[in-house]
Design a protein around this ligand. Sequence first.
Ligand code: SAM
Length: 292
Amino acid sequence: MFVFSPDIILEREEFQLLRDFIYQHCGLHFADESKYLLEKRLNKRLSELHLSCFREYYYQLRYGQNRDQELAAAIDLLTTNETYFFREDFQLQTFTNEVIPELVKTKLMRRERSIRIWSAGCSSGEEPYTLAMLLLENPLLQGWSIEIIGTDISQRVLKTAREGLYGQNSFRATDENILKRFFTPVGQKWQIDSRVKDLVSISHLNFFDNHRVALLGMMDVVFCRNVIIYFDLDAKKRAISILHNRLRPGGYLLLGHSESLMNVSSDFCLRHFTNDMLYQRPDSAKNAERGS
Ligand SMILES: C[S@@+](CC[C@H](N)C(=O)[O-])C[C@H]1O[C@@H](n2cnc3c(N)ncnc32)[C@H](O)[C@@H]1O
C-alpha cells in the first residue's frame, strides 16, 4: 500500500492557520481528518519555493509581495477539478426537454428572445461547452441570443477551458456522433468547434467575491454542480445565497446529483420533472397571476 510521507511536516497550529485562511478566501473546507491532504498537496510548492516550514508559506500567502499569484498557485493545487462532457445525462435531458421549453414559453410571453446561463465552478469547461452543444441546434432557440458564462477560481483549469482542447478522459460519456459533429482531432486530443466556443465566455471568478459576482448580471439558469460538496454548511449557505441573488425570479439552480439544499436554504422550491427534481427561485409575480 502507498503511504504518503511528506518532506515537510504540517504542524497542527500551521494547519489551523492555513485552513482558516483558505476557507475565508474561497469556502474550501479542510476538516481535521483532511490535514494530510493539505500537507500532501502543498508540499511540492514549498519545495519549489525552497521553504522549510508551512508557517513561512502561510506568511508568503498572507503578506508576501507575490501573495495574489501565490494564492492562485495554492488554489490550483487545492481544488478538485474532476469533470467531463455530458456529465449527469438524465439531468441534462430534463434541462433540454423540460426546462428550456418552459423558459422559452415564459420568455416569449414577455417578448424576450435571450437566455443567460451561468456555469459556476466550470472547471476545464466541459460543462458550459456541453450546455452550448445542447442549445446550439435546439430548434426552439433558433434566432435567440444565447449567452453561457463559465467561471472558476482555478486559473490552471481555465487555461484548458479557453484552449478548448481535450483528451480522452473528458469524453467518457460522450456519444460518437457528438464527437464527430463538434470536435476536430488534433494529435491525441480533440479541439472544440468555434460554433460552440463562441456561445461561451470563460472568466476567472471566486464566487465568494460579492462585488465581482454582482457584475455578472441576472441569469435564467445557474449550474453549480459538484462544487459546494467541498464546503462546510456555513460556506454552502453563503454560496447558495449568492447564486440565488443572480437568478431571475422563476430561474433554475441545478446542483450535482448528490447535492441538496436540505438544511442549507429555504429560498428555493423543489420542482418535480419527469426524471429529475430541480431547484427554482420562486416567481412571486407569476404566483400572484396564477392565484388571481
Ligand atoms: C469538481 S469541479 C466541478 C466541475 C463541473 N461543475 C462538473 O460538475 O463537472 C469543482 C470546481 O469548483 C471550483 N471551485 C471551488 N471553489 C470555488 C469558488 N469559491 N469559486 C469558484 N469556483 C470554485 C473548483 O476550482 C473546481 O474546478
